[in-house]
Design a protein around this ligand. Structure first.
Ligand code: NAD
Ligand code: TYD
Length: 338
């Protein structure tokens, strides 16, 4: 048996990766280590809950004892656990520094002590800040613009230092914006889809011209799987992205059209401070090494994703209550839309 510890496996991308590993590798034991913050949700992994090769351990990546226990005997660690929402980091950065930076340190220390084949450190293209005219390459300067992005930059550079200093076998990935089923509805696509379904406004920050490179979560998981299992790339950084850049306006319009909702649901609201105009990455390095290509075109992937939210209100209606509604009011009242 090969053991893979996935941190943050009850979140959006982590849960897809847990299910990917179990489906693809019959001889893998997958341990999902997750604190279950507001963003963690065991509904995301309910299909595998009874699989004897799967184990869930509730715990905090910043807890040294819990991390040492869970990493014992692990062959691989794939580290997704993080505070992930830019707007929340602008409101309060403390949990981002604690989880994203300090939590990564705790994991790296334990992995260094225990040994293991590979530590995959999941970073983000947000560490580059503005892409400017050219897509960011792996060697572009890191100029993070939000406390979230800065915490991720700190975490992944700390990981790099563990390779350089101690020879800890690790790889860093910087992926662009993911979309797909089970994404917490604070992020733009699930927020807009579920708001539209409820006849609520779609709050577009600023003028909505900001662009992101959008990748289907399944394509991200395939790239991570390949990078986890490729020899001889320790200490390296890989961008992951689809090359499909879309503005917030284009996506908001596409969502209204797909759901047959009037586009006057779209409301322009106060911009996000430090809002990045463009995130875009070059993925030549990944393509050249692995021959990896994204399989899901954005227009098809978006329609399938919208369909999933239409078909699964049980999943998002439970989330959009209680604490979420307080967060929403707080975030959007100030922006002039709540
Ligand atoms: P998410 O917010 O959906 O899930 C995060 C998960 O981490 C949750 O299950 C949460 O309970 C868990 N977690 C948070 N703090 C923890 C702690 N202290 N200890 C243990 N578990 C904790 O996030 P996501 O969108 O799935 O992102 C996963 C990773 O991918 C993150 O590292 C993020 O920076 C990175 N990433 C995300 C995107 C994207 O578009 N979503 C793009 C590039 C990179
Ligand atoms: P988001 O999903 O928060 O991801 P990130 O900030 O990590 O890229 O936002 C994606 C884009 O959508 C970004 O340009 C901000 C914009 N946005 C809105 O216009 N309105 C919203 O309510 C949200 C959450 C995001």
């Amino acid at each position: 048996m090969v053991t893979c510890v996935v941190t943050g496996g009850a979140g959006f991308i982590g849960s897809h990766f847990v299910k990917h590993l179990l489906a693809r590798y019959p001889d893998y034991q997958v341990v999902n280590f997750d604190k279950l913050t507001y963003a963690g949700n065991l509904d995301n992994v309910r299909e595998v809950a009874d699989d004897p090769r799967y184990r869930f351990v509730q715990g905090d990546v910043a807890d040294e004892t819990a991390v040492r226990d869970v990493l014992e005997g692990a062959d691989y660690v794939v580290h997704f656990a993080a505070e992930t929402h830019v707007d929340r980091s602008i409101g309060d950065a403390a949990s981002f520094i604690r989880t994203d930076v300090f939590g990564t340190y705790v994991l790296l220390e334990a992995f260094r002590e225990m040994g293991g084949r590979r530590f995959l450190c999941i970073s983000t293209d947000e560490v580059y800040g503005e892409a400017g005219d050219e897509p960011s390459g792996e060697d572009s300067p890191l100029m993070p613009k939000s406390p979230y992005a800065a915490s991720k930059a700190g975490a992944e550079r700390l990981a790099y230092s563990y390779w350089i200093t101690y020879g800890v076998p690790l790889v860093v990935t910087r992926c662009t914006n993911n979309y797909g089923p089970y994404q917490y509805p604070e992020k733009m696509i699930p927020l807009f889809v579920t708001n539209a379904l409820e006849g609520e406004p779609l709050p577009v920050y600023g003028d909505g011209a900001n662009t992101r490179d959008w990748i289907n979560v399944s394509d991200h998981c395939n790239a991570l799987d390949a990078l986890l299992h490729t020899e001889g790339i320790e200490g390296e950084v890989f961008n992951i992205g689809s090359g499909e850049e879309k503005s917030v306006n284009e996506i908001a319009q596409a969502i209204c059209a797909a759901l047959d909702k009037p586009s006057d649901l779209i409301r322009y609201v106060t911009d996000r401070p430090g809002h990045v105009l463009r995130h875009a990455v070059s993925t030549e390095k990944l393509r050249a090494l692995l021959g990896w290509e994204p399989a899901v075109a954005f227009d098809k992937g978006l329609v399938a994703t919208i369909r999933w939210y239409v078909d699964n209100p049980w999943w998002w209606k439970r989330i959009k209550s209680g604490e979420y509604l307080e967060y929403y009011r707080h975030q959007y009242e100030e922006r002039g839309s709540a």
